[in-house]
Design a binder for this molecule. Structure first.
Ligand SMILES: Nc1ncnc2c1ncn2[C@@H]1O[C@H](COP(=O)(O)OP(=O)(O)OP(=O)(O)O)[C@@H](O)[C@H]1O
Ligand SMILES: [Mg+2]
Length: 135
């Protein structure tokens, strides 16, 4: 998954992939140290036992996505990007409506937007799907 905070990634995963894929997200371990390393390990372990995996993080940059593409290559499985392309103002509005810890700081959302690069097959994805916002 690729998309800003509040874009609707987890919601889309819930409706489209939850029945077929194991969902991995750093959000599952909010307090753990070295969450990136932990996520890579979990993804590799799941792929090694032939599970279908969806990684539900913002994954806004080429650099963040590269290790996941590499993990899929190593396991010999196809890898797909699903970009939830929701306008930033909509993301901000949805995030503002969240309660408690679910609401991310504005600086985090704008930081993700600042480093955002749309996913492309040239990065190594076998397929890139774009889910556009429909008001
Ligand atoms: N298609 C949609 N239409 C309207 N509201 C939506 C849609 N998808 C998600 N939402 C709402 O937007 C909010 C954010 O959705 P969601 O939690 O799925 O985003 P996210 O991309 O997973 O965010 P984060 O990166 O912070 O985990 C939620 O309140 C959700 O109910
Ligand atoms: Mg989410």
């Amino acid at each position: 998954m690729v998309g800003l905070q509040g874009s609707g990634k987890s919601t889309w995963v819930g409706t489209h992939l939850a029945g077929t894929h194991t969902v991995v997200s750093k959000d599952h371990w909010p307090n753990a140290r070295r969450r990136e390393a932990r996520q890579r390990r979990v993804v590799a372990e799941l792929l090694a036992c032939a599970a279908r995996v969806v990684v539900d993080n913002t994954d806004a940059s080429v650099e963040e996505r590269a290790p996941l593409i590499a993990a899929a290559r190593l396991a010999g499985v196809p890898v797909r990007a699903v970009w939830i392309d929701t306008p930033v103002d909509v993301c901000i509005r949805r995030n503002d409506a969240r309660e408690g810890r679910a609401r991310v700081p504005m600086v985090g959302l704008l930081g993700t937007r600042a480093r955002f690069v749309p996913p492309r097959t040239e990065e190594g994805f076998d397929r890139v799907d774009v889910v556009r916002h429909s008001p």
